[in-house]
Design a protein around this ligand. Structure first.
Ligand SMILES: Nc1nc2c(ncn2[C@@H]2O[C@H](COP(=O)(O)OP(=O)(O)OP(=O)(O)O)[C@@H](O)[C@H]2O)c(=O)[nH]1
Ligand SMILES: [Mg+2]
Length: 304
């Protein structure tokens, strides 16, 4: 396959390429060799927030909004708790039935099974593929807000944090390390009581954070009632413009690529060590207490 020539229209080929990089199968390095220089023009939005907050519904609304403006939208639904990958959970967890057949949309769900380099590296690789084949916007949606999900959304240029009315103590609990990553906050389900109160609580919490050059806006939206979506898109675009200035986007992407680089290195090192003929022998020595774990590790590392 000539990966360089794969375009947005070749949905099957795109799916194949993502599977290859996701599972790091034989030949996946070839894909990067061909497409990497074509990456960099897509804008990547990460969406996170508590379970059931409406992340999928909002992803759907945002995607439709971008599509109506002529953009190609790639969607990656990441579920670290799912053993499935490659679309088998589509429809269950994500509410995008109309989009799944839309020519301007490409939807893919990713779980945990079969990934050698970890879900984070797989996500990052899938982003690179979508970018290279012509996505204008890439949306990464995660399930839940555990630490690993937060790591995954870090592959994004802008992070949308979705909240809902009446989180109360949950907002307090989320504070550590999680609120900080949001660039734009959406209080979804604003049709339900208490939305304004939650907005005020979130704003109060943000005001206690260290001052940054971007103050995250907090918006009231409703995915199901389709309210506030234009404003939300506008704020995401504002954040993008803000980042375009003074090389901020470049720096952020460099940080994100650093993560990918380290994961790839780790993956390669692990594989080489496992392939090493002496590995079982060193393990044996370790088990018999002839050497300690650090000495054993050094022994193996010396070979590469
Ligand atoms: N009332 C109301 N319900 C909404 C709104 N947006 C989404 N919902 C509903 O909330 C439920 C959860 O929505 P999802 O979009 O699946 O939420 P999610 O955050 O993706 O959920 P997980 O992926 O399971 O964490 C669904 O029943 C939606 O119909 C809204 O604006 N108002
Ligand atoms: Mg969802």
């Amino acid at each position: 396959m000539n990966y360089k020539e794969v375009t947005w229209k070749n949905k099957r080929q795109i799916g194949k390429m993502i599977s290859m990089v996701e599972n790091a199968v034989e030949g996946h390095e070839e894909i990067f060799k061909e497409i990497y220089e074509k990456t960099g023009s897509a804008y990547v939005i990460g969406i996170t927030g508590p379970p059931g907050a409406g992340k999928s519904s909002l992803t759907d609304s945002l995607a439709k909004n971008f599509i109506s403006k002529g953009k190609n939208v790639g969607i990656l639904a990441i579920d670290p708790t799912s053993p499935f990958t490659g679309g088998s959970i589509l429809g269950d967890r994500i509410r995008m039935n109309e989009l799944s057949t839309h020519p301007q949309a490409f939807i893919r769900s990713m779980g945990t099974r079969g990934q050698l380099g970890g879900l984070s590296a797989a996500t990052s690789s899938a982003v690179q593929v979508l970018d290279a084949v012509g996505a204008d916007i890439i949306i990464i949606e995660t399930v839940g807000v555990g630490q690993s999900e937060v790591e995954i959304v870090k592959h994004a240029d802008s992070i949308l944090m979705v909240m809902v009315p009446g989180l109360g103590d949950d907002i307090q609990a989320m504070k550590a390390g999680i609120m900080e990553i949001g660039d734009v906050f959406a209080i979804n389900k604003s049709d339900l009581p208490g939305a304004n109160k939650t907005k005020i609580e979130v704003e109060a919490m943000l005001s206690f954070m260290p001052k940054r050059d971007w103050i995250p806006p907090v918006l009231l939206v409703s995915a199901t009632a389709e309210e506030g979506i234009d404003e939300l898109v506008k704020e995401l675009e504002n954040h993008r413009e803000h980042q375009d200035k003074e090389g901020r986007l470049f720096e952020r992407r460099k940080r994100n690529l650093n993560e990918l680089l380290l994961e790839v290195v780790q993956d390669k090192v692990f594989r080489q060590i496992r392939k090493d003929m002496d590995y079982p022998e060193v393990l044996e020595q370790l088990t018999k207490k002839e050497i300690d774990p650090y000495a054993a590790a050094d022994l193996l590392l010396k070979k590469i």
